[in-house]
Design a protein around this ligand. Structure first.
Ligand code: GAP
Length: 458
């Protein structure tokens, strides 16, 4: 297992190397808002592309959609978000700090307050004499629910009739399109509908960098199956998601699948598992949730919309509301897990240290960096760069010593540095230096694309 680094060290690296920027930095920032930089936007894109490939393109069952962020507010009544999508929060009467009650209790005592009512949380705060994490005093308001949906208005009037919400999850856009997809895709149960898109939650306790933010992207699959087959599909998707994470080359010792016990389950769920990662800031943090949601969502939307969402089985002529298994993951959570796992500071010898991001080549923002040994070789090296750029996102770097160029690329996870030297003119070969092993191989230029391609396979 790789040495664990502090979260601060990893975050500093991600900020300084162009993966993540503080949101609205020139205006002093905005609470819990982050921008993804030159490298970070590539890493996000690569994560999303891999998910889409594995969950939509390669799956014989699934199709994808892209639904609206703002949908008819009745859908949020049906889903239960208007009434129940809230965390209990408390305010410190002394310093006016606002905290999520369950997090504050957990941090202060190690006790879980998951599933507790606000009254039960008040009691835990009193019994354990919990102090404010900011000012250290014990003087709180009662815990009360706080709806996590961002509100806005549609049209010119700002009243209750024009109130709409930014979606807090992408899946409801899938449920409300169930009939549309059935009608237009010729899919039969079992089948799944996936989508990738932004979700928004007014999180009371944001934090831990990009782990929990107000604006994030989700990759969700709603997999519809015949009632009675749902638990088998649930197991299938838990394994499928776990394999996906393992294929990202995440250190298995830092991973686990945790099945929720009965008390933790949402009332409509027959089973839920989280894929968790040992983040440096906590013991285990949720990355991916896989839930058997039964027929709850389609039934609710059927009732609130008045539209029949029954499925007519063409083989048996049975009519039923399909059960749904949902694997749901945040792009930024995967991003953070990948970066925490990939980061390494290596002491090469007494005076030489390097930072290296061991990203799977398919995830690496820059696939190869073309480095002419001398500026005199700019022309043929640029030609090589132009040729490779037709296939991969590459960089061209002729500044500084070769050693420095290697280090720069190691630190951002570029798997290959390609040195064009004076011999290249005669033997039509280049030196390919591997990021992880630091080994160098002489490769014919004519084979270079295939050489790189073979290592990008996921
Ligand atoms: N449709 C089910 C659903 O949204 P969830 O457990 O609330 O379930 C699913 O969210 C996943 O979305 C989480 O496992 C996490 O990866 C990601 N996620 C949720 N809230 C987030 C936040 N505030 N910031 C970043 N990612 C978040």
């Amino acid at each position: 297992m790789k040495e664990k680094y502090t979260f601060d060290e990893i975050v500093t690296h991600l900020k300084s190397s162009g993966f993540v920027y503080q949101g609205s930095e020139i205006y002093g920032g905005l609470s819990n808002s982050w921008d993804f930089g030159v490298l970070g936007s590539w890493l996000k894109k690569n994560i999303k592309d891999l998910w889409w490939k594995e969950f939509i393109e390669k799956s014989p069952y699934n199709v994808g959609i892209d639904s609206a962020i703002i949908i008819n507010p009745k859908a949020w009544e049906a889903s239960g978000h208007l009434a129940g999508f809230s965390d209990a929060m408390v305010d410190c009467k002394e310093c006016k700090g606002r905290f999520r009650a369950d997090n504050m209790i957990q941090d202060a005592t190690g006790l879980s307050a998951e599933g507790k009512t606000p009254e039960e949380m008040d009691q835990m705060i009193e019994e354990n004499n919990i102090k404010c994490p900011v000012c250290g005093k014990h003087n709180f308001t009662k815990a009360r629910p706080f709806n996590l949906m961002f509100k806005t208005f549609i049209g010119t009037l700002e009243d209750s009739k024009s109130t709409v919400y930014l979606r807090p999850e992408t899946c409801q856009g899938i449920f409300i399109n169930f009939n549309n997809v059935l009608r237009t895709s010729r899919k039969k149960v079992p089948f799944g509908i996936g989508q990738i898109g932004k979700s928004f939650r007014n999180e009371i306790t944001p934090g831990n960098f990009i782990f929990r933010t107000g604006e994030f992207e989700q990759m969700e699959l709603e997999f519809f199956c015949k009632p009675g087959t749902d638990l088998d599909w649930y197991k299938y998707w838990v394994d499928y998601c776990f394999n996906f994470v393992k294929k990202l080359e995440i250190n298995e010792e830092n991973l686990r699948v945790r099945e929720h016990d009965k008390k933790e389950l949402a009332f409509y769920s027959k089973g839920t598992s989280d894929i968790e990662y040992a983040f440096p800031f906590t013991d285990w943090g949720e990355v991916w949730g896989i839930a058997d949601r039964t027929d709850y969502d389609l039934k609710q939307h059927s009732e609130y919309s008045g539209k029949d969402l029954n499925y007519l089985d063409p083989e048996t002529n049975e009519r039923y509301i399909p059960y749904c298994v949902e694997p749901s993951v945040g792009v930024e959570r995967l991003f953070l897990m990948i970066c925490c796992d990939a980061y390494e500071r290596q002491q090469l010898d007494e005076n030489d240290e390097r930072i290296v991001m061991h990203l799977h080549p398919a995830l690496a923002p820059i696939k190869a960096c073309v480095c002419p040994l001398s500026k005199k070789l700019s022309e043929p090296a640029t030609e090589l760069f132009n040729e490779l750029s037709k296939e991969f996102y590459c960089e061209y770097d002729e500044s500084g010593s070769i050693g420095k160029r290697y280090r720069r690329n190691d630190a951002i996870g570029t798997p290959f540095c390609i040195t064009y030297d004076f011999d290249s003119e005669n033997d039509n070969c280049v030196t390919v230096r591997d990021r992880d092993s630091m080994e160098q191989s002489r490769i014919p230029i004519s084979e270079l694309k295939d050489y790189i391609k073979a290592r990008l396979i996921f």
